[in-house]
Write a protein that binds this ligand. Sequence first.
Ligand SMILES: N[C@@H](CCC(=O)N[C@@H](CS)C(=O)NCC(=O)O)C(=O)O
Length: 201
Amino acid sequence: MQLLTGPTSPYCRKVDVLLRESGLREHVTDVMGSGTPIEPNPTTIASNPLGKIPALIREDGPTLYDSRVICRFLDTLAGGTFYPEGRLWEVLTLEATAEGMIDAALLMAYEWRIRPEEIRYEPWVEGQWSKIDRGLDVIEGRWMSHLEGRMDMGHIAVACALGYLDFRHDARGWRNGRPSLAAWYEEFQARESMVVTRPDR
Ligand SMILES: N[C@@H](CCC(=O)N[C@@H](CS)C(=O)NCC(=O)O)C(=O)O
């Protein structure tokens, strides 16, 4: 299988961490496919009409895209431990929360990297940060017992979201007022799968 990926994408990092944690890494070859909405990558467009990475090109079936679809597929191949049946809806909801935070963080980054300064709209940027802020509060307030339990895709998604906040939005200080989540992340980010996939390498 080939994974269309990029070195700083938090969505691709989710897939990479799962590959490493589930022992499937050697079955997938990385192919660089980064692009932006205004400079799409031709290789990626050929595999995903949305022009987004990650996309997983399979030998025995159609290409899969969207990190959640790819992670669910890979987990099925690996034996199904990262989306455990007994707490599936919790895992999917936590993964969706983390994914929404990544979406907002990426839109904020696009705003300063891509949009010309004279047409930036600050309330829209702050509205994106509010989504992240509320997501962080809900994880700190309601999800810590889940995160302290056995690792599943929710853990990986939250860790990749927090890693992206450190990478692109460090000045916002997401740890302030969230001591439990900060302590959990400190430990989780030391895992080898997280260390070798850090976006600032
Ligand atoms: N929901 C998608 C989002 C993927 C996504 O937005 N990827 C970014 C890279 S971080 C991308 O390829 N952006 C290019 C574009 O939006 O045209 C997923 O989970 O895979």
